[in-house]
Ligand binder design. Structure first.
Ligand code: PMP
Length: 358
């Protein structure tokens, strides 16, 4: 007899990308930034480590919220810092989804949404996308109408495409909340989220952001939920008291204090993204126009898993993704390679290996 709740017994659990702990890998599988964070971050962590680690951090991370408010163009009372934007998603599910209430998200997109909905005991529904990653509005609309929470990553993963503000704003459930997951927003040209928060429907949006990708801080764990203060006040009741630790808060403050460093790395990544996309197309891959720090590459003849394995044998890790139950896909499933835009030398190694594998 299992001691677990039936919801937990039923699910396999979310499987994060592989994180080999030994050196020597070209790691292009979990959308980390190949460049280190600002030197100010390291100095701030060192200074904080010499400070008062015996006392709890500020539960509301007041100083950090002020700094993040400047960065994201909203007031500090509109911000909830968390242990990565993944924790924001957990808080959102726990705040808004009761037993049996519907959670909707585009499919294919971030697989964690489904797992979180299952853990929460909500019901869930996939919003179908067309083969070119555009919205199938006619089929989505009735699902959104019944949803308590809709979650939309923009740019999307694994595809890297970005939907327009109007298209995303149209997905607000009439009796619920729309979460716009902007984990990769800085790699595009614009981000709708903070602007939408001040629109007529602003009280129904939550935008999530992270320092993991653009600010090179995946190892520190810091994300933010941005929303109307009434929503933030409710979500605070759900979060752990001290969900952000002293060292993470110090690191995040320093990172946000050096946007020039982030922007310089972002420009390098965008230039490498253009070169990677073109080179993959030259090798016969179809590559979606990406606004993120990864690209989605597929070949008409398939064989993606084999390529992933052949790359892995050469110590190059990319993410092989397979999404079953896609109604409009040949064979009922789509699969492909999600490749993080690494440093130029890493991308050179990847392209050389792909030419060899053929
Ligand atoms: N949203 C999306 C779409 C992601 O791909 C990721 C990274 N796996 C996250 C959120 C979470 O990132 P983090 O918890 O590091 O902020």
């Amino acid at each position: 007899m299992s001691l677990f709740r039936p919801e937990i017994d039923r699910i396999a659990g979310y499987a994060p990308g592989e994180q080999p702990q030994e050196a020597g890998w070209v790691k292009l599988n979990t959308n980390e930034n190949p460049y280190p964070p600002s030197p100010r971050v390291v100095a701030a962590i060192e200074q904080a480590a010499r400070g008062r680690l015996n006392v709890y951090p500020d539960p509301l991370a007041t100083q950090l919220r002020r700094k993040a408010a400047e960065a994201y163009g909203v007031g500090p009372e509109w911000i909830l810092p968390a242990n990565g934007s993944d924790e924001c998603l957990t808080i959102l599910l726990r705040s808004f989804v009761g037993p049996g209430e519907l959670v909707a998200y585009p499919y294919p997109s971030y697989v964690l949404y489904e797992t979180l909905a299952e853990i929460q005991g909500g019901s869930h529904a996939r919003l179908p996308l067309n083969a070119d990653w555009s919205w199938d509005h006619a089929r989505c609309e009735p699902i959104v109408r019944r949803s308590k929470l809709a979650l939309v990553p923009n740019p999307n993963s694994p595809s890297g495409n970005r939907w327009s503000d109007d298209e995303v704003a149209a997905l607000v459930p009439p009796h619920g909340v729309l979460v716009i997951d902007e984990a990769y927003a800085e790699f595009g040209d614009e981000a709708a989220g903070p602007r939408l928060l001040h629109s007529a429907l602003g009280g129904r949006f939550v935008v999530t952001r992270t320092l993991s990708k653009s600010y090179s801080l995946a190892g520190v764990r810091m994300g933010f939920a941005l929303a109307h203060p009434d929503l933030i006040a409710g979500m605070r009741k759900v979060k752990d008291s001290y969900n952000c630790d002293t060292l993470s808060i110090a690191a995040a403050l320093a990172a946000l204090d050096d946007p020039a460093w982030m922007l310089q790395n972002r420009e390098k990544i965008r230039a490498t993204r253009a070169r990677l996309s073109q080179s993959l197309r030259d090798l016969g891959f179809h590559v979606v126009d990406s606004r993120a720090n990864f690209v989605w590459a597929t070949r008409p003849q398939g064989g993606h898993r084999g390529i992933y394995e052949a790359l892995k044998a050469r110590k190059i890790l990319v993410r092989y993704m397979r999404y079953p139950d896609v109604a409009n896909a040949p064979g009922g499933a789509i699969d492909g390679l999600r490749i993080t835009v690494g440093a130029d030398a890493e991308i050179d190694a990847l392209l050389a290996a792909l030419r060899e594998i053929g």
